[in-house]
Design a protein around this ligand. Sequence first.
Ligand code: CP
Ligand code: NVA
Length: 311
Amino acid sequence: MAVASRVRHFLSIADLERDELARLLDEAARLKAAPPSGGLAGRTVALIFEKPSLRTRLSFDVGIAQLGGHCVYLSPAEVGLGRRESVSDVARVASRMADAVVLRVNAHETIEEFARYSAVPVINGLSDLSHPCQGLADIFTIRERKGPDLHGVAIAYVGDGNNVAHSLMLCAAKTGASLRIATPAGYEPLPRFRELAAADARSSGAQVLIGNDPAAAVTGADVVYTDVWTSMGQEQEYERRRRAFQGFQLNAALLARAKPDAIVLHDLPAHRGEEITDEVIDGPQSAVFDQAENRLHTEKALLCWLLGGQR
Ligand code: CP
Ligand code: NVA
């Protein structure tokens, strides 16, 4: 039987109200300016991952340690979610021992099923559909560089309409930013995320536009974002995608269409020479390593919010 609880999970940016997102980002800024040493004392967070990770694993592990908590990492080979043991049994066992679970999964349905059976907060550490922890760090970095009021800030996203794009769309829509997405035809974000973003945009004043022209998306932008063309789990599509995404590389010529003070974002890992050139990712406009560091601060704020009762 599923757990009937009032536990808050973080499976999607859509799980946050607009004012909750704003408060969480403010709290992350406070934690970045003055890192606390407590907050998770006596608490254990389990990381259960079906896919590899550098940033997500490291930022949660380090952040939990900085807050005085304990982290247990279970690698893709160890748990066998839904193979060695049913997802619902893993969820029930994990929630008897851990105070929260960060899950990285192949299929988003796995995390939804896990959350139905978990008596403790479940955090989406990436699924095929969304990457909300990345979205928090992305919008935090944009606020840090462009100011807290994102109305009128133009973000261009060039590349695949994937998990990272979905979470960015919802963040932009909740914060009032203007987001122009350019993907090859057939690689646009899924309709359900477009609908969620449109609903938030109506109340925040954001604009989320989706098209297929990278130059039009980037022209005049304050922020230019890209992600890999082939995500984890899509490796068999590599050649087809490489051909489909020709013309969508973030290179110096494309970046030159943005504002002179535009920043460049990439969630990493980057496939240098494919979706982004060395010149751009290592160039003076790149904010990608600040963006990576900001995973730590935003996830600490998220953990304190979910586990510390500060809502
Ligand atoms: N950006 C990100 O989530 O990186 P990892 O896959 O290394 O965790
Ligand atoms: N879209 C990428 C993000 C990696 C952090 C993937 O899913 O592989």
